[in-house]
Design a protein around this ligand. Structure first.
Ligand code: ZN
Length: 437
């Protein structure tokens, strides 16, 4: 594959290291971490942010080396690039733990159909939806897909996103799923963001397996998964567990197959109905349970019980996708209820061409506050520290803390952190730093 222009553009830009100090910040948001045994923030602790006024932060060799009040700011500027942060705030950068960023054309045609009154299911039944993206994926050129992905990641970076999980799932054959995952693999070496690749072969049933979900899941587990693992193309597996798509039994089979290779599971569950997907994900020790727009009281209880065990196994952190709720006009995940039950919550964009065509996590932050009734600080925890937990990166990113990767957002001049979700639809991010650059 030949993609020299973007190789150069993205690689050269991030070659040099430098020591950087931002001074005179109006405020710097950092999480007060308790001595709790958990690596996520649950319940009230999601609000545990300290905003240090009149602050500085220092970044050295890609990590945060110092921060605090300007009264303690070192005076030695030798070797440092100094940035004036007057009127601005620094906060941990966003981590997007759930996206579908590899696709060719957008689906704005279907958007028009929906605006004329057709349902998501009607559009899918008429050859639209995921199968439409799948058809396009078969004929898409790999280098074009890569260039489109790089453009989307650049846009996400401008919006403060410094780490991104990206799913396959528009291929639905070994050949095209491999193509999607190779595109993500290639992007990993070209962009400054940390990327994770997720095999979502069980996203929809391909036409060639019409009426036979069991046979397709067998193909996913026995043929596709081993090949993709052999080629080092995935970090996670995922499944769309939903009525008319894949069942809890299919989730069990996928998890069993992934376990053989020690690949962690994520799951799309309870998006349109409560059909046992959540319980299947919990019993299979999924790292995250994503969507959760339709939850019965029993679902909420089962999720709470999953967090009661003291064992050190990874807990299935709930991930809400408010951009999808906005776009499809479906209920929002009951974030307030989940946090009030002393659980953690993460938020991701779900950016994809069919149901959430935006990677703007500032907007998701606004939706989390306006529609899910989170406080601005809870929303920030859901987009940073808890999002890191959803992809197993909580030890290295998601907070402003000495030794963590220097991934942070420098805002434009604003009145306070709450202004970010308050001013919905605006981009108040002036710069995004990734590993101090
Ligand atoms: Zn999704």
């Amino acid at each position: 594959m030949n993609c020299l222009p973007c190789d150069q553009k993205y690689a050269i830009h991030y070659l040099r290291w430098m020591q950087t100090r931002i001074e005179n910040l109006k405020g710097l948001a950092t999480l007060r971490l308790n001595d709790s045994e958990n690596d996520f923030l649950a319940g009230e602790s999601m609000d545990n942010w300290t905003v240090i006024e009149n602050a500085f932060i220092e970044m050295n060799s890609g990590t945060i080396s110092d921060f605090g009040s300007m009264t303690k700011c070192p005076s030695n500027n030798a070797g440092f690039k100094i940035i004036d942060g007057t009127g601005r705030f620094a906060m941990p950068a966003f981590i997007d733990s759930h996206t579908h960023l590899v696709y060719s054309n957008d689906r704005s045609e279907e958007f028009q159909m929906r605006m004329k009154g057709h349902s998501y299911k009607e559009i899918a039944d008429s050859g639209g939806g995921i199968l439409n993206s799948s058809k396009l994926m078969k004929t898409s050129d790999e280098s074009e897909l890569l260039e489109l992905l790089l453009q989307r990641l650049e846009k996400a970076r401008e919006n403060g996103t410094t780490a991104v999980e990206i799913k396959s799932g528009y291929g639905l054959t070994l050949e095209t799923e491999s193509k999607m995952l190779r595109v993500i693999q290639k992007a990993k070496s070209l962009v400054p963001q940390k990327l994770w690749s997720t095999f979502l072969g069980a996203h929809a049933l391909p036409e060639s397996f019409k009426g036979n979900h069991d046979a397709y899941v067998k193909e996913v587990c026995q043929k596709m998964l081993p090949f993709l693992v052999d080629n080092g193309l995935l970090d996670f597996v995922d499944i769309f567990c939903e009525k008319n798509y894949f069942t809890p039994a299919h989730l069990d089979q996928l998890s069993e197959a992934a376990n053989k290779f020690s690949i962690p599971l994520k799951a799309h569950v309870n998006q349109f109905s409560s059909s046992g997907g959540l319980q299947a994900a919990i019993r299979n020790e999924a790292w995250s349970v994503d969507h959760l727009e339709f939850m019965t009281d029993k679902d909420h209880l089962d999720l709470q019980n999953a967090f009661k065990s003291k064992s050190s196994i990874k807990k299935p952190i709930p991930v809400a996708l408010p951009g999808c709720s906005l776009f499809l006009d479906i209920p929002y995940t009951e974030g307030r209820k989940i946090i009030d039950a002393n659980l953690p919550l993460a938020i991701a964009s779900d950016c994809n061409p069919g149901s959430a065509p935006s990677s703007n996590l500032s907007l998701c932050w606004s939706l989390a506050c306006h529609k899910m009734k989170l406080t601005p600080k809870e929303g920030l925890a859901a987009l940073t520290s808890n999002a890191a937990y959803a992809v197993g990166a909580e030890k290295i990113m998601g907070n402003i803390s000495v030794g963590m990767q220097a991934n942070l957002i420098l805002t434009k001049p604003i009145s306070g952190i709450a202004f970010m979700p308050y001013a919905f639809g605006e981009n108040n991010i002036e710069r995004t730093f990734i590993a101090g650059r």
